[in-house]
Design a protein around this ligand. Structure first.
Ligand code: NAD
Length: 514
């Protein structure tokens, strides 16, 4: 992309190198006004009953369905991904999540009654979920629609107003989102889109939103978290991954091979949850690798609706993939498919052939750092303990998969993995189940979204206790005279053995009567 003129920027399709539009960036100077608008719109939106808010979500969903193919085109042109992936991973997941929120938001956000201990006899307790205010959503380029829309819609359903800063790498998708909210009739100021790069992102954080929902790299996540900490702004961080796939000898091997190929190469591997480390049990390792190569060689790369693999999206990512492959080859790894970096040819778009890499070791960059490209590095392991040790030996913990016909064993391994998500005999799919919370551990992030918690996270919780207000005093209030020994007895009997129960009741009633 090159600058042409003051703020208009040329937008290029990464799969063809052709210009697909021009994009005007939001000037930094406009940021205060955006916050003012968002704050003005907040009270009316927050007070609107959830049932009315989700009617807006319904209009949004119907607009998306009506304009689905236009949206597929914008996403494929902007990212170079193939149409099926734009449709299933970007659009279907959003439509599904929106419909899920239409059905569940009212109950997820309703005040929740909780028990009240016997010591507070006569009182009642509940939790109320209240919108936080103005939520800033910052999103990446790999699933530019899904990863912007789901947090935005969740924040809106919970009663917040939102400022979205989509990725500058895929600006036309951000523009489409702006039109989508406008055309589906959202009130003025409830959703605003700020178009631009990291300076604009930093400027938006600096204006102190009430919550930040960030999806992107660990590096940027840490910068944002530091900035947010200065103002004590709460955040959710959805960051990178280096997901392990563990294949046991008793797995359905053909299924595991096909799962690895899809899990590692969908979206050209530019997925936070793509399979980035393959561990295969020794007795089936050779067979697995042979089948993997065969399956990868069957893939069709291109731009058509029948093609499997699209292009890379972001030029900077190609440099990272190159660095990882060069490091691995220099240390003795071998490529069984694809080309060495010196032979890569990007003359006709940023297409990278998928690479099966063997003879890798755990210390290589390709096994430690996020590659975010079409690489399948495979290494053998022996037994459950080694599989768990290798899989957990990572600064990341976003998703993982375990493959075995022995489901008890697979579940046993799953619970030993330090990971926000685990899938057994499949890959990635937890993120597509709107009932399940999604997020990472370790450097893969902080917080969860999706599911009820994904709406509640955009609320602050108020804990309320209610007393009928009929008695003149409470036992723990002043005066304390004579209460110390009684409290001693009360604590011992209430928290001690069961047989002391009646003694406690007697002493409690005695205290109440005083
Ligand atoms: P990135 O961190 O470079 O950028 C993400 C967003 O942050 C962009 O909108 C960018 O403009 C903005 N930004 C950059 N610097 C900023 C700053 N200082 N202040 C405010 N905003 C700033 O990430 P990317 O390259 O767009 O996305 C790829 C990364 O995202 C990968 O690491 C991937 O694993 C991760 N990711 C995570 C998830 C998840 O759910 N955990 C999903 C998809 C992608």
């Amino acid at each position: 992309m090159t600058m042409t003129g003051e703020k208009k920027r040329k937008v290029i399709c990464p799969a063809t190198g052709e210009e697909i539009g021009r994009m005007e960036e939001t000037p930094l100077a406009k940021v205060p006004l955006m916050y003012e608008k968002a704050r003005q719109a907040f009270p009316a939106w927050a007070e609107m009953p959830v049932k009315k808010r989700v009617e807006h979500l319904r209009s949004l969903r119907l607009y998306m369905l009506e304009h689905m193919e236009e949206l597929v085109q914008v996403i494929t042109d902007s990212t170079g991904k193939v149409a099926v992936e734009a449709l299933t991973a970007d659009i279907l997941t959003v439509v599904d999540a929106v419909q899920h929120m239409e059905k569940t938001a009212a109950s997820a956000l309703a005040p929740r009654r909780v028990s009240t201990p016997l010591l507070f006899f006569g009182k009642k307790s509940y939790i109320e979920y209240k919108p936080r205010g103005v939520v800033l959503v910052i999103s990446p380029w790999n699933y530019p629609f899904q990863l912007a829309m789901i947090p935005v819609v969740s924040a809106l359903a919970a009663g917040n107003t939102v400022i979205l800063k989509p990725s500058e790498v895929t600006p036309l998708v951000g523009k489409w989102i702006e039109t989508l909210f406008h055309e589906s009739g959202f009130p003025e100021g409830v959703v605003q889109v700020a178009h631009g790069g990291k300076e604009l992102g930093a400027g938006l954080v600096e204006r102190k939103p009430d919550y930040i929902f960030f999806t992107g790299s660990v590096r940027t996540g840490k910068i944002i978290q530091e900035q947010a900490a200065r103002y004590l702004i709460p955040t959710t961080l959805e960051l990178g991954g280096k997901d392990p796939m563990i294949v046991f000898g008793d797995a359905h091997l053909e299924r595991a091979v096909k799962g690895a190929v899809w899990g590692g190469l969908t979206n050209s591997g530019q997925v936070c949850m793509s399979v980035e480390r393959l561990y295969v049990e020794k007795p089936v390792y050779d067979r697995f690798v042979r089948q993997l190569v065969k399956e990868v060689n069957r893939l069709q790369q291109g731009r058509g609706t029948d093609d499997d693999l699209g292009s890379m999206t972001f030029p900077g990512q190609i440099d990272i993939v190159r660095e990882h492959i060069e490091d691995a080859l220099a240390r003795g790894a071998r490529l069984l498919t694809g080309q060495e970096p010196s032979r890569w040819n990007m003359d006709n778009g940023m297409f990278l052939e998928p690479m099966v890499l063997v003879d890798v070791t755990p210390d290589m960059k390709v096994m430690r750092e996020e590659s975010f490209g079409p690489i399948l590095p495979v290494m053998p392991f022996e037994g459950e303990d080694e599989a768990v040790r290798l899989a957990n030996d990572s600064p990341y913990g976003l998703n993982a998969s375990v493959w075995s016909r022995d489901l008890e064993k697979a579940k046993r391994i799953a619970s030993r993995l330090v990971s926000g998500n685990v899938v057994i005999n499949d890959v990635m799919i937890t993120v597509a189940n709107p009932h399940l919370p999604f997020g990472g551990v370790k450097e893969s992030g902080i917080g969860r979204y999706h599911g009820d918690v994904g709406l509640q996270t955009f609320c602050h919780q108020t804990s309320v206790m209610v007393d009928p207000g009929k008695s003149a005093s409470e036992v723990n209030w002043f005066p304390y005279r004579g209460k110390y020994p009684l409290f001693l007895q009360l604590i011992r009997s209430y928290f001690g053995e069961k047989k002391a129960w009646w003694r406690f009741i007697k002493s409690y009633l005695h205290l109440l009567r005083k």
